[in-house]
Design a protein around this ligand. Sequence first.
Ligand code: ANZ
Ligand code: ZN
Length: 841
Amino acid sequence: MDKYNPAKIESKWQKKWEKEGLYKTPSKSSKNKFYILDMFPYPSAEGLHVGHFKGYTATDVIARYLRMKGYNVLHPMGWDAFGLPAENYAIRTGVHPAISTKRNITRIREQMVKAGFSYDWSKELNTTDPAYYRWTQWIFLKMYESGLAYEAKAPINFCPSCKTGLANEEVVNGRCERCGTRVYKKEIRQWILKITAYAERLLRDLEGLDWPAAIVEMQKNWIGRSVGAEIEFIIHNSKFRIRVFTTRPDTLFGATFMVLAPEHPLIWQLKDKIANWNAVEKYVVAAKQKNDLERQESKIKSGIKLEGVYAINPVNNSKIPIYVADYVLASYGTGAIMAVPAHDERDFEFAKKFKLPIVQVIKTPNKPQGVASFPPRRWNAIDTSGLTTAYEGEGVLVNSGQFSGLLSEIAKRQIIKFLENKKLGKKAISYRLRDWIFSRQRYWGEPIPILHCAKCGLVPLREKDLPLKLPDVKKYQPTGTGESPLAAISDWVNTTCWKCGGPAKRETNTMPQWAGSCWYYIAYVVRSNSKFTLQQAQGDAEQSRSIKMQNAKLLDYWLPVDWYVGGAEHAVLHLLYARFWHKFLYDLGVVTTREPFTKLRNVGLVLGPNGKRMSKSRGNVVTPDEIIEKYGADTLRLYECFMGPFDQIIAWDPASVEGVWRFLGRVWNLAIKARETKVTKATKETKDLGIAINKLTKKVEEDILAMKFNTAVAAMMEFLNFAKKSNRVNSNIMKQFVLLIVPFAPHVTEELWVKLGGKYSVHSQSWPKTIKDLTESLEKTIVVQVNGRLRDKINILGQVKDVELKDKVLKLEKVKKHLNGKKVKSVIIVPGRLVNIVTSQ
Ligand code: ANZ
Ligand code: ZN
């Protein structure tokens, strides 16, 4: 008997699909569009494992389903190929990153093709391709023009092992995200992107997104918007003031001292007034060695008093001491605080250690909180004196002069008004988000298209000078001096300034690994052949306008990405950076949507068969190759779907793979049998089958859209068991069953579809409608008469249109014979039963 043999069918169909461009997305179409996107992978030397394929299978199922539903689906793939691993490999082996990257890409692309993913490979892109990074550089230049890219010497997180600076987002628990080494602060010249200029929009626009709540929450916290006040404290007997940011202006009467971050410039400005300068300087230098996390986490607060200087509390004119302590961060707010030990835990600890006064100014009100009235009512406080820890809640003000008795909510507003009148304060909003450190002292990244000219200063390259290509180097070793290996290539570094013609040097820092992924989803849309175009300003004006128009239309049609799928680890890195660039491109008028990704779903981790995270060193990596080799791609895909809820962490289970494989074999056998099965009479059994396939159609559809692939597959298995028990599965029912499996197992279904008499390709078929009239699913014998006399019989599957039936009947040999050249006057059709041809006599 004809047996299921994936090896015999899978590559055959893959080749045919590829040759015919079956999955090419027409860029122009009257259909509704759907853009479904995977986070593109880094082409690592190890290739991809079955964990990566879980997400790719999911999007492929959805893409295939939506094509069947009549959408024009964009489902592209590319390579996020700049980054440290290729460079580190080059350092070890001397193989140029471009070469190793290319090799890895070839291998991974092959893995994907073998899995039958329906990517439109004509749109494939690679972030290290100069034709691509030309536009990454272009966007950078536009940011520079807009004042959003700036150069600064700043203390940044530096990884001593990778010998490069890192963005805040790349530091996880005080360690380098990539290699786990403890980072420290190092002052180096940097390129920085002003992501903070978009803080408010990045926060606000999270509202409308269909994203996992956890990711939205992480972005919110990362942006960290706090509403409060900026308050100025005059330094007694000096022209200087200390500006602080506080979320609790209502506690101002309890501010009994002030603290400056060790990096605060005021410390140096006050040098002459500070009696204990030597000790202060020593403290300041030592504090800089710690990273932010160490500073914030340490339980025992260190610090030093600035002897001889005092600040004046603007509400009560009391003189309060000033300290330098490293629990205050230079990079948040204003880098200085008013310390309110009674109501802030960190200040409380500090005050206890340095024996500073703790004045309670907030207490629990004796009436429920939150009822505002005008004029404000005064409340009594419940007595809670004798604090053993800080009371951090809001409440009613005590010991606060004319503000005593007010609730925090109202007192905040009134104290701000009071300060405004004295020109010593105002309402303020502070963000935790910091500007994005955008330069890396490494080789394998996009060169930053800027010149340093002795005469003109910073000179951006002109658009026509792009792309600025990465030159070849011999040594990839990072220098560790804060300069990238590019600095050693003098004939690349030394150039002439296009503005003045004088000597200039190229910027030798490169862009971080995240740059290329900030706009790749746009690049898929504007790609034609090997070119990309965002806005073409050069050349013939007429032509440039038309390209612009064409692009605008494409971008308008395709964006935003409707559905984006990838790992959750990018919550505040890629997903925040890409939103930032998108908003910038929106402001430039390149894109017309505010957000890049409407719907986002995270794929759950796949663990090795032993329940541990897959890794080479643990030896528990399962590759798609070995599964495809043994069972075929359809089994791999179906198992990726079947293994469990999409977003959950699940261990690979070889026994279950086996089960899925057997299921496909049974589907095959049932289809072969169905070809031979004629069902002519409606019975209870056929009726039940009809009901079951209808139910299944609905279930699979709903489950695909809800990413409950596992329950969809389980329902298919159930249906199969039910169908197998009956001898009534004909090719019509079977074809519908096959159609439901198409998105999951595209190869075997193509083969069975053709075997069942379907028209190639099954991937051009529509998703089946649920069968309305159950008799539709039956094979019917139709009596053919000529002038009322029985001449022939034909078998018809499902519903056939009258014209087609008429056509078919008139072509029958026996009918032709009895017509005998006479003219057909009319054709009478009794649906599902009879056709009578009436001739003129
Ligand atoms: C006085 C005060 C009284 C504060 C009180 C809190 C409670 P969020 O909510 O995270 O924005 N702060 C401000 N700048 C700081 C810095 N550079 N390093 C460390 N701490 C800093 O936090 C705002 C609060 O964090 C501010 O409000 C300030 O302490 C502190 F009962 O000011 B508060
Ligand atoms: Zn110049």
